[in-house]
Design a protein around this ligand. Sequence first.
Ligand code: ADP
Ligand code: MG
Length: 331
Amino acid sequence: MRYLQTKQIAVTTVRKDKHPFFEDHNWANVETIVASDTGQSGVYFLASQAEDYDKKINISVIKPSQSPGNDFFAHQISTIYGLPSPDAKLIRIDKATASQHIDRLTSSTNQRTVAGARKFYNALITAPTNHLFEMKFINGDAIDTIDNDNTKVALFKEKTFLKALGYTLPFDALICNGDRFNKLNFYDSSNLGNMILQKNGEFIAIDNGINALGEIEDYQDVPMTFYQKILSEITEAVYAGNRDVIDTIAIETAKSIASECPKLRLDAEQTRRIGDGIIAGIHKLITLDEEKIQESYAGIPEDSGKTEEALNLVLDNLRIVHSYKETSPNT
Ligand SMILES: Nc1ncnc2c1ncn2[C@@H]1O[C@H](COP(=O)(O)OP(=O)(O)O)[C@@H](O)[C@H]1O
Ligand SMILES: [Mg+2]
């Protein structure tokens, strides 16, 4: 009986090519394409009605990258972990059809679309795989752009927002994402552009990449153990009930945010909410199943640019958290 049950579960988790996550975009319907004006490599906003883009409705966001499979893997992990991030899918594209439709837009009457289509066309034809990472559009503002709006600054300082922000930190350590918070960063500075305050006041984490993979060769002076050290520190503190260690990290995080945006400076109680988020994140990682991570990796197409290195990094990091389960006298 037990055996049968297990077998049934295994069958339902197999992802077939027909899975909606892999369905190609309807390129024939794209009327407007705009390149983002922020970010390193950027994203493309696609809409089928020109006015939708201005109204910020029915927009798809496409992020071409070297390894869309790994981007989708990071997204799947964010879902398992419960980090608020844009709904996303990995689309399998027919490059010939897609590029033909995008090429058509390079002679659009809208200059913004001409520019966006040209850039996207190049990204498309040079993409290393036949996959793209596609997201829902988030209607909001990166937190480094809200400092002249008192209402938004107040929403940023809400405890649910700050807790979600703190919750992001163990996740970043888990996936080796150095592109958000000061102390996880190769450059020791924050990238507040990767945290969005939605119009409804909720928090959304974007650009959740397993960044260390691409950058490790350029920054060999920063060992991978950096992420692992932070994970060990905070996990040990949570097991030991040592709030000071967590608060110190929360204070540093708050300080680095304020050093970039002085109006986002937090008081002691607000800073503590970041710590609450960090603790909640560690508790989540403690019960997070390694098999779930493995299963989600297995469901991603082989030819999408996913790498076992990414899987192993994440599993190694998760095992650091889980290793405390065995060694802690409190459990
Ligand atoms: N899902 C989304 N909805 C709305 N805007 C987005 C979305 N994803 C990205 N952006 C915008 O595009 C910019 C670049 O995207 P990001 O994923 O951060 O790429 P990069 O790796 O280039 O930094 C972001 O700073 C944000 O302004
Ligand atoms: Mg970014």
